[in-house]
Design a protein around this ligand. Structure first.
Ligand code: R5P
Length: 298
């Protein structure tokens, strides 16, 4: 199996290869003066099973195009199978047509990857709100892995929470809270969230309901897939403070962190917030390399 990292995920690809006891392949990516990309694979890929890792963070359009170019080239050069690993799958949020004429971006991206020659697909903690499972978007075998075990271990070793309760800031996050709670040997619950998005807007306002969960004197660990504006976690943390929670920690898989998000979260009383390298940034303390390597091995 040959592991190749696109230019957005070379360090991660090297870590995955190391986990598998090998070295990553050599992919050269340069730019022509007009901005277009030049790509060259320095390994022999004929009849090889190739894994192309490319996360769609920060410059998703550029990253997806490079992955399509890479995949098409691998097919052209005779690779036997091409597994795309997209740790952060941008374009997943638009998984339905809410208003007439909108693109169903998740389906479009899946079709593009398939038509370029991808034969199987992995992503991590992908949140397809309406569809639930990436396997429903792709025709090729597609799997959604989770980083929550790794995040839970980090929380146990570094936060050392006392009398902890793991909370999913909304109902859909209960699946992640369950996994983190197992690592902390604690109970878990989910808050209820209402998101108000008006036609023509890409952002929305959230309201969180903590119900009558007993939080007094307890350490809270929030588990969520993504932090974007920080609005969800900030609202949820405010509710915990009102309920008498002691220390508040947050783990998330994809720390997108729009401008001001960290400040907003800290101002709401969160002590520490960490994420993974699916979306590299200042709080990406946990690597998903072991998660990807384990999936590729099985
Ligand atoms: C949505 O339901 C997700 O699980 C996250 O809670 C959400 O995307 C976080 O977004 P934000 O940080 O903008 O509230």
């Amino acid at each position: 199996m040959l592991i190749l990292g696109g230019s957005a995920s070379q360090p991660l690809a090297e870590k995955v290869a190391k986990e598998l006891g090998q070295e990553a392949g050599q992919l050269e990516v340069k730019r022509f003066p007009d901005g277009e990309k030049y790509l060259r694979i320095h390994d022999n890929v004929k009849d090889q099973d190739v894994v192309a890792i490319q996360s769609l963070y920060r410059t998703p359009d550029e990253n997806i195009f490079e992955l399509l170019l890479l995949t098409d080239t691998l097919r052209d050069l005779g690779a036997r199978s091409i597994t795309a690993v997209i740790p952060y799958l941008a374009y997943a949020r638009q998984d339905s047509r809410f208003y007439p004429g909108e693109a169903v971006s998740s389906a479009s991206v899946a079709r593009l990857l398939e038509s370029a020659g991808t034969t199987s697909f992995f992503t991590i903690d992908c949140h397809l709100h309406r569809l639930g499972d990436v396997a429903k978007v792709f025709k090729i075998p597609a799997h959604n892995l989770t980083a929550m075990h790794e995040l839970g271990k980090y929380a146990r070793e570094h936060f050392k929470p006392r009398n902890p309760i793991v909370i999913g800031p909304d109902e859909e996050a209960e699946q992640w809270a369950t996994v983190v709670a197992k690592e902390l040997d604690s109970e878990h619950v989910a808050f209820r969230k209402v998101r108000v998005r008006k036609e023509g807007m890409t952002s929305s306002k959230v309201e969180v309901d903590a119900g009558d969960i007993e939080l007094k004197g307890r350490d809270v660990v929030f588990a969520d897939d993504i932090i974007s504006t920080g609005g969800t976690i900030a609202e949820a943390a405010n509710a915990c403070k009102k309920g008498g929670a002691k220390r508040i920690f947050v783990v998330c898989t994809h720390p997108v962190l729009a401008e001001g998000a960290l400040k907003r979260i800290k101002a709401a009383g969160v002590l520490k917030v960490i994420g993974t390298d699916t979306y590299p940034g200042p709080i990406s303390k946990v690597t998903v390399a072991p998660v990807i390597a384990a999936a590729l091995k099985s």
